[in-house]
Design a protein around this ligand. Structure first.
Ligand SMILES: [Zn+2]
Length: 177
C-alpha cells in the first residue's frame, strides 16, 4: 500500500460515509454479476446526493470502454449538465484502470474512493498513480481499501463461479480467469 493512502486516510465520520456509498457501489457490482459481467460497480456522489451510477457492461455493449467508472462519470456529467465534475466523489469497488483514471482527471473529479487494489491493472497507486501525477493539470484525493474484503470477495466469488461453470459467460471473460 502506498503512502498516499495513509496520507488521505479519512476521519471516522468520513469512513462511515465512505462505507455507506461503497455498499451502494457493491450493489451495482452485483447487478453486473447477475448479467454475467465482471462485477464492478461505481457511484458518483455530489454533496451527499447520487448524481451518477454505473456497472461494468463491456460484454453487453461489446464496448471496451464500458467500465463502471466511465458510465458513472457520463451519467454524472449528464445529471449536472457539466463536463466538469468539481466536488464529485467517485466510489468504485475496484481500483480504476489507466482509462478510467484518465477520465477522472479529465472530469476534474475531486476525490476517488476505491475498494480492492488491482495488482494487474490498477492505475491509482498500484501500477501507476495517474490521479496524483503532478505532471497532469488536475489531481484527486485518493482513498483505497474501503470495504476491501467485501469488494475482493465479490470479484473472487465471480471468477470461482466462472471456473465452476456456474455462470454462463463469453470467451473474453473466460480468458481473464
Ligand atoms: Zn477502467
Amino acid at each position: 500500500m502506498s503512502d498516499f493512502v495513509h496520507l488521505n486516510l479519512p476521519q471516522d465520520f468520513q469512513l462511515n460515509s465512505d462505507e455507506h456509498w461503497m455498499r451502494q457501489a457493491l450493489a451495482l457490482a452485483e447487478q453486473a454479476r447477475e448479467q454475467g459481467e465482471i462485477p464492478i460497480g461505481a457511484i458518483a456522489v455530489l454533496d451527499e446526493h447520487v448524481v451518477g451510477r454505473g456497472y461494468n457492461r463491456t460484454e453487453a455493449l461489446q464496448d471496451p470502454t464500458a467500465h463502471a467508472e466511465m458510465l458513472a462519470i457520463t451519467a454524472a456529467a449528464d445529471a449536472i449538465s457539466s463536463r466538469r465534475l468539481d466536488g464529485v466523489i467517485l466510489y468504485v469497488t475496484l481500483e480504476p484502470c489507466c482509462m478510467c483514471a484518465g477520465a477522472l482527471v479529465l472530469a476534474r473529479v475531486s476525490r476517488l474512493v476505491f475498494g480492492s487494489f488491482d495488482p494487474k491493472a490498477g492505475a491509482c497507486g498500484t501500477l501507476y498513480n495517474i490521479p496524483q501525477d503532478v505532471r497532469l493539470n488536475h489531481r484527486l484525493l485518493v482513498t483505497g481499501g474501503i470495504l476491501q474484503e467485501e469488494c475482493s470477495a465479490s470479484l473472487s466469488d465471480f471468477f470461482k463461479s466462472l471456473r465452476n461453470g456456474e455462470i454462463k459467460t463469453t470467451r473474453r471473460n473466460r480468458e481473464e480467469i
